[in-house]
Ligand binder design. Structure first.
Ligand SMILES: [Zn+2]
Length: 229
């Protein structure tokens, strides 16, 4: 589905939203879903007339298994550059454990979660090619650091085109907007501050890691959520 000119949502992937951005010569995949989803991305690209080798960059909104799971497979086949915010590099490169929110049995829960990432989902880490920070420019797209869900959560924002891709800094389920879930977020105060930071941007269309995009007047909806926090 084409959300905005050149920005497609890979609708064959049902669990996490993966976007394909085509701008002139450049092809970008945004987020990498769970392990085992690369084939769906290649099929989608083929339907647009592009081979895997056409992908130049893979932007990761944050290093959770459902957003980075297929990154190694995508990178291996395409040779694309992997882009992520500095604070999530250790998770993507497999050198740190994912921290969670205040769970009951916090330590054990966290150990089990990280065990599952490595052994159940068999996550394959990758080397990051391009480390970004808040405010960095990715050819017209601005990196907006929105920590809280993970330390390195980031949105990709195009001011001129009034578009923002927010990953899990916000979610959109059943027509309702929400902040990230506390159980899976390292710092809810930061997460709420990040929602306000997104609301301060100027955009019409908002694309989420989970749930359908908001195609019009999205900023007003995000502002309403920010005001309620
Ligand atoms: Zn997610």
């Amino acid at each position: 589905m084409e959300v905005a000119p050149g920005l497609h949502w890979v609708d064959r992937i049902w669990d996490t939203k993966v976007y394909v951005l085509i701008e002139g010569e450049r092809v970008v995949v945004i987020d990498a879903a769970m392990p085992g989803r690369a084939q769906a991305v290649w099929r989608f690209l083929a339907s647009l007339g592009y081979p895997p080798e056409a992908v130049d960059e893979i932007w990761i909104t944050h290093a959770d298994i459902d957003h980075m799971g297929s990154v190694a497979a995508l990178k291996a086949r395409s040779g694309a550059q992997v882009v992520i915010h500095r604070a999530d590099v250790p998770l993507l490169e497999g050198t740190a454990d994912r921290e969670l929110g205040p769970l009951p049995l916090a330590r054990a829960g966290q150990q089990l979660f990280n065990w599952a990432i490595r052994h159940l989902f068999r996550f394959k880490p990758v080397t990051v090619d391009h480390v970004v920070e808040d405010g960095d420019d990715l050819g017209g797209w601005q990196v907006v650091h929105t920590p809280g869900h993970t330390a390195g959560s980031a949105c990709f924002y195009h001011a001129e085109r009034e578009l923002v891709v927010v990953g899990d800094a916000l979610n959109h389920h059943g027509g309702r907007l929400g902040a990230p879930p506390p159980l899976f977020s390292i710092d809810m105060d930061q997460a709420y501050t990040s929602v306000k930071k997104i609301a301060a941007l100027d955009f019409e269309i908002c694309c989420f890691g989970h749930g359908p995009p908001l195609a019009e007047r999205a900023r007003e909806r995000v502002q309403a959520l920010a005001d309620s926090l």
